[in-house]
Design a protein around this ligand. Structure first.
Ligand SMILES: Nc1ncnc2c1ncn2[C@@H]1O[C@H](COP(=O)(O)OP(=O)(O)OP(=O)(O)O)[C@@H](O)[C@H]1O
Length: 272
């Protein structure tokens, strides 16, 4: 019998981590087997004490690190076959890592230059990416003439220029002052919504995690593992006003207790 036409085929998860674990060649067990599914369009934050494997997990999703065992799938394909699924990913690191001698627009164009995209085709994409991060007027500037927050915007524009569906961000705003960080957090949420991105975001900040995410994945160290997943059941768009609500405080308290437990286990195991 044929299926009734009303049955909807669910879209596959954007990211699946299937019993993936990582032991570095020196024997450090950075991650015990991790299972995690991220749906398309989610904003997920990885939170946890230093050394719990957040960066390791993110780099495995990016295909920058091989798991010791287990699998990682993006739209049901191995990471290396992502483009066959018609998808792209981009990685934003903590430091903006810009070429100091090159203009802002040349920095943003770099991934397109590396992919051999002709200049005429690249130019409007670079302009669009700069406009998205509010730097249209700074295309000709050199990085050293920009503030730290603006340099990070250039780095984000450079990731957006490839038109990714998946954005991986490893503590991108960790080195910025609080006001700049709040502004970039708000702008990132707007980008995420308007571009329908799937985002995995690493942070040490409980407040940033609650403000941004659909779901916070809490990790613990020695060895690194996932200990809790907390859904932040709060509608978007979120404004900074959310941060002064009792609900925000409840989420932050819950995560703070969880982080404390994760860190104490850490310390106890380090002492034993
Ligand atoms: N290349 C490497 N070789 C050996 N051990 C490593 C390597 N990279 C990371 N580690 C170790 O693996 C564990 C997890 O590191 P990772 O950087 O993933 O943690 P993290 O949660 O991102 O830490 P942080 O919050 O401090 O950035 C740590 O004990 C770290 O010292």
């Amino acid at each position: 019998m044929r299926e009734p036409p009303s049955v909807l085929v669910e879209s596959p998860p954007a990211v699946e981590v299937l019993s993936a674990h990582k032991t570095y060649p020196n024997g450090t067990v950075a991650l015990q087997p991790v299972d995690l599914a991220i749906q398309e369009g989610e904003f997920i934050t990885l939170l946890g004490p230093s050394g719990c494997g957040k960066s390791t997990l993110l780099k495995m999703v990016a295909g920058l690190l091989e798991p010791t065992d287990g699998r990682l799938l993006l739209w049901r394909k191995p990471v290396a076959q992502l483009e066959e699924a018609g998808k792209k990913m981009a990685f934003v690191f903590q430091a903006p890592t810009l070429m100091p001698w090159a203009s802002v627009e040349s920095n943003v164009r770099l991934p397109l230059d590396l992919a051999g995209v002709p200049r005429a085709e690249a130019a409007p994409r670079v302009a669009d990416a700069l406009a998205l991060v509010g730097l249209a007027k700074f295309a000709k500037a050199l990085p050293r003439n920009l503030s730290g927050g603006m340099q990070m915007r250039v780095s984000i524009a450079r990731s957006l220029v490839v038109q990714p569906q998946l954005l991986l961000m490893d503590e991108p705003f960790g080195a910025l002052d609080e006001i700049t960080r709040h502004k970039l957090d708000s702008d990132l949420l707007e980008l995420w919504r308007s571009k329908k991105l799937t985002v995995i975001f690493v942070t040490h900040s409980i407040h940033e995690a609650v403000y941004l995410s659909n779901k916070v994945v809490m990790m613990a160290a020695r060895p690194g593992r996932i200990v809790e997943q907390v859904t932040i059941d709060e509608p978007y768009p979120r404004t900074p006003d959310f941060m002064v609500t009792p609900r925000f405080a409840q989420y932050a308290k819950h995560l703070q207790d969880s982080l404390l437990r994760a860190s104490q286990e850490n310390d106890e195991e380090a002492l034993s």
